[in-house]
Each structure stands twice: as structure tokens, then as C-alpha cells.
Design a protein around this ligand. Structure first.
Ligand code: FAD
Length: 291
């Protein structure tokens, strides 16, 4: 279908964007990469009167790497992450994520801010944000605020954003050298959204035990999840087959995925356990490679 008739504006600052959103009183939508919004407009799943294009808002396309972590501006595209060699060491989990995100054409346009705002429970970036204790910088009519990723995703395609709010950036805490990581997902076709996926990381203490494990899941609930019970199983243990088996069992018992046309709940639950096992094996192989 063709797009509905729309007014189009292209502001030149964050403040102007927020003012335009506020003026429109809920009748405007930001467009960033357009990879989710354009189909939604075409299918009339969104019908704003005004489209606010971020293309002329400066500085939102920056990737900043510092001692305190990595900050991605809202307009950073998947391809920017893919091509930024600093991220291979500054945040390898983020770098690993890219090979699972969509197809080249979509990665060339799709942005971090668009993905976080769209809040697809099967998308990788929201899951990485939740797993890594990221914080979102949001600009709104009352000024700027920081929202932890853990409380940002509140339902399928639903985020803690008011009608006049915009995402400015997301900050991921620093990634220590030698941190272990794993990312596994299953999709029927390469580049499709995940049917189930796991992202995880941990550090190893002097005895080779897993310290402060973080385990996230996507595609299995209304929002990306932290699998806290699985984290408890892993914490303080050596990465060994018996521990992995108990973690997989706990993982499957701790989720209640929805059924849909792609897979029923039991299949997704089983698949998530397998993805967890694969992610743990990836992380364990890094330990052996370093030994
Ligand atoms: P847009 O489409 O421009 O916007 C999406 C929503 O976010 C809109 O509601 C818009 O108003 C809002 N928005 C945008 N920017 C901001 C902002 N700064 N502040 C507040 N609100 C904002 N994604 C994955 O993660 N994994 C996949 O495997 C995957 N596969 C895909 C396959 C296909 C065929 C397609 C079409 C898309 C796929 N995507 C996938 C989605 C893609 O990665 C996009 O990046 C993502 O949908 C949104 O980014 P965008 O910049 O295109 O946002």
C-alpha cells in the first residue's frame, strides 16, 4: 500500500525535535532508518500526521569509546557498528551481534535508536542493552533523563517513551579484557528475527570460576529478559558440562514463551535451552583459547 498523506519535517537539533513532537501532541512519529516505520505506515499500523526525520540532527551518529564504556548515538546504523574496528575489543558482544541483524540493505539504514524505540522482543540490540546493563539517554519536554535498559522495555513494541520523547544515545558499560561472551540465536532464514536467542558474558576469577554472569534472552517473551535464575546457577562455578546442563534445565523451566505462527511455546522453550548451551560453549572455548 502507498503511504498515507503526511506532513514532513527535518529538524536540525534534538531540542527542535522534542519541541515538534510536543507540538504535535502524539500525532507525530520520528523516522530514523525507516526500516520498521515505513512498513508500519504502509500497512496502516501507524498513522501519524507528521513525520519527523532525524537526518539533519547532528552528532547522533557518533560511536564513542572511552574508559567508562561505549556510547552509541541514536542514529548509529548497524553497518557503522560492523565497520568500527574499535568495537571488536571495546565491546565484542556488540560486534558479534551484527552478523545476526537483518540483511545488508537493512543494516545499511537501520539504527540503534530506531531498534530500541521499536522494542521488538526478538531484536538483538534491546537484548544486548538489557544483558549489558545499558542506560538510555532520553530527551523530552522536561529535559534529559537516563533510563536503565532493564526498565525501558515494557511490552511487545512498547517502550518507556512518552509521545514527546526521543532517544539520544545508549551507553554500554566498559568491557574488561578477557571477559568471556557468547551469543547464539536461531532464525529460520539468515537475517530473520530470532525465534529464540541468548546473549551472555562473565569474567573468570583466579580459580577459573564464573564471576558476575549476565545472561539475556530474546524472542521468548514480551520483552527481552535477564535470566536471573540461570545466572545464579552459573555464578561461582567452573564452566563445565554438568554446570551447563543444570543451567539449560533451569533456563527451560524459567521461561514461558508465547506460541505464534513460527513456533509453539514448547518448541521455543527447548530451543532457548539449546541456544544457551551454544552460547556457553562459545564462551568456554574463549577460555581454552586463552589458556
Ligand atoms: P525506524 O523504522 O525509523 O523507526 C522505528 C520506530 O522507532 C518508529 O516508531 C520511530 O518513530 C521510532 N524511533 C526511531 N528513532 C527514534 C529515536 N531516536 N527516538 C525515539 N523514537 C525513535 N532488527 C533486528 O534487530 N534483527 C533482525 O534480525 C532484523 N531483521 C529485519 C528484517 C527485515 C526484513 C526488516 C525490514 C527489518 C529487520 N530488523 C531487524 C529491523 C531493523 O534492524 C531496524 O533497524 C529497526 O527496525 C529500526 O530501526 P530504524 O532506524 O529503521 O527505525
Amino acid at each position: 500500500m502507498k503511504l498515507p498523506p503526511l506532513e514532513y519535517v527535518a529538524p536540525t537539533s534534538v531540542a527542535e525535535t522534542v519541541a515538534l513532537l510536543a507540538q504535535a501532541q502524539g500525532d507525530a512519529k520520528i523516522i530514523s532508518g525507516g526500516q520498521s516505520l515505513m512498513p508500519m505506515l504502509a500497512f496502516r499500523l501507524a498513522s501519524p500526521k507528521i513525520l519527523i526525520d532525524l537526518r539533519h540532527v547532528p552528532d547522533l551518529d557518533r560511536i564513542t569509546v572511552g574508559d567508562d564504556g561505549v556510547t552509541l548515538g541514536a542514529k548509529v546504523r548497524w553497518v557503522d557498528i560492523e565497520q568500527d574496528l574499535r568495537l571488536r575489543t571495546a565491546h565484542p558482544l556488540l560486534a558479534d551481534m551484527i552478523k545476526h541483524v537483518a540483511h545488508y540493505q537493512i543494516r545499511n539504514r537501520g539504527t540503534v535508536g530506531g531498534s530500541l524505540a521499536h522494542a521488538d522482543p526478538a531484536a538483538e540490540m534491546p537484548a544486548i542493552a538489557v544483558t549489558c546493563d545499558a542506560a538510555l539517554e532520553i530527551a523530552g519536554p522536561e529535559g534529559s533523563r537516563t533510563v536503565p535498559a532493564a526498565s525501558f522495555f515494557i511490552g511487545p513494541l512498547l517502550a518507556a517513551l512518552g509521545p514527546s520523547d526521543m532517544i539520544v544515545a545508549v551507553r554500554l558499560p566498559a568491557w574488561p579484557a578477557r571477559r568471556r561472551r557468547g551469543l547464539a540465536e536461531f532464525a529460520r532464514r539468515k537475517g530473520d528475527f530470532a525465534m529464540a536467542g541468548v546473549a551472555l558474558f562473565y569474567d573468570l576469577d583466579a580459580d577459573g570460576r564464573m564471576e558476575d554472569p549476565h545472561v539475556g534472552a530474546f524472542g521468548v517473551a514480551d520483552t527481552p529478559l535477564r535470566l536471573r535464575e540461570v545466572e545464579s546457577v552459573l555464578a561461582g562455578k567452573k564452566p563445565e558440562p554438568a554446570v551447563f546442563a543444570r543451567a539449560v534445565e533451569t533456563c527451560r523451566a524459567s521461561v514461558d514463551p508465547p506460541s505464534d505462527i513460527h513456533a509453539d511455546s514448547d518448541y521455543r522453550r527447548a530451543l532457548l535451552g539449546t541456544m544457551l548451551e551454544q552460547a556457553m560453549l562459545q564462551a568456554e572455548r574463549q577460555s581454552r583459547d586463552d589458556a
